[in-house]
Design a protein around this ligand. Structure first.
Ligand code: PHE
Length: 341
């Protein structure tokens, strides 16, 4: 039995030290120390030994078992270390490789201005709405009190889709007034930004496509004072508390009375400079009290309700705000330009 035990020790330890991986090592553990293992089989024969031999063999068997267990543990440790080393090698990251640069975009300067304006109006309880750019002439003109034959309806100014001049690219955001009146319940407080189209040659101040923002409030008892108060507040939020404005009489077919609003030049404070072209004032927008004919045309009783409206060009405002001298820069989308804002 002693020889058996020593043979087991020698062969098992040698095999364990060379086990290729954790699975092989486990197989060896079962082979020697498992319930049907070789060492276990030898121990089962202990009963046949004499009383003197038994403790001697028992001690030897325990030593062999301890030796095998130690060999397994040692090899397991070695294998784990090797596995970790292999994994570290496989997962090596070369932190010195230059990263791939991904250019991060940002909001276009004009839309930054638009967001600022939206925020101001939303804070005053206005809704922001959008609508179609392809319009019926009815909505772009007729319902806005611009009759057939009015010079604004000329083919030289407007992009028409049909020979009969009934469908066009809207020339202003004012048709959104009509859509809002026709589809919403009163009172209405809304702004409506969007693209508009006119047959203009591209130059530093013109483009066949540009943006306007329409604004409108309709309720009982609305007066010109509400229009002036609202617009003054907006302009102060945009340009500062000390901004001075003036309202000049003007004409629009769909408002009566109509006006234009100027702000005193924020650069020279009225003295006259290149920014305001020596005028001291910068023209900002057109506005007025919605013509009773327009209200009635949309089924609104003008003896009960009244309202104001305004409209202005967004590009012009952004150019002023960011001191950009050429409208074309706004549309060319050259990142070297856009990055500056
Ligand atoms: N639609 C007018 C324009 O394009 C601006 C405007 C809007 C004027 C609303 C009065 C009221 O010039």
């Amino acid at each position: 039995m002693k020889q058996q035990l020593e043979a087991i020790r020698a062969s098992a330890v040698a095999a364990m030290e060379n086990a290729a991986d954790a699975d092989a090592l486990e197989a060896l553990r079962v082979q020697y120390l498992g319930k049907k293992g070789e060492l276990t089989a030898v121990l089962k024969q202990m009963g046949k030994l004499s009383a003197e031999e038994r403790p001697v063999m028992g001690q030897l068997a325990n030593e062999v078992r301890a030796k095998l267990e130690a060999a397994i543990e040692a090899r397991a440790g070695e294998l784990a270390g090797k596995a970790m080393a292999a994994r570290l090698l496989a997962e090596t990251v070369d932190v010195t490789i230059p990263g791939e640069a991904h250019a991060l975009g940002k909001q276009h300067p004009m839309y930054q201005v638009l967001d600022e304006i939206k925020d101001i109006f939303i804070g005053m309880g206005f809704e922001v709405i959008e609508d179609r750019e392809v319009e019926l002439a009815d909505y772009n003109f007729t319902k806005l009190n611009v009759e057939e034959g009015h010079p604004a309806r000329e083919w030289s100014d407007t992009f028409y889709f049909t020979e009969d001049s009934s469908i066009l690219l809207r020339t202003q955001t004012s048709p959104m007034q009509i859509h809002a009146m026709e589809t919403r319940s009163l009172p209405i407080r809304m702004i409506a930004p969007g693209r508009v189209y006119r047959k203009d040659e591209v130059d530093a101040t013109h483009s066949p496509m540009f943006h306007q923002i329409e604004g409108m409030a309709i309720d009982k008892g609305i007066t010109m004072a509400d229009l002036k108060g609202t617009l003054n507040e907006v302009v102060k939020s945009l340009y500062g508390e000390d901004t001075v404005t003036r309202f000049r009489p003007h004409h629009f077919p769909f408002t009566e009375p109509s006006c234009e609003m100027d702000i005193q030049c924020y650069k020279c404070h009225g003295a006259g400079c290149p920014t305001c072209k020596g005028e001291g004032w910068i023209e900002l927008l057109g506005a007025g009290m919605i013509h009773p004919k327009v209200l009635e045309g949309c089924g609104i009783d003008s003896s009960v309700y009244s309202g104001w409206a305004f409209g202005f060009g967004l590009e012009r405002l952004a150019l002023g705000q960011y001191k950009i001298s050429d409208l074309r820069l706004i549309f060319e989308n050259d990142v070297r330009f856009l990055e500056q804002f």
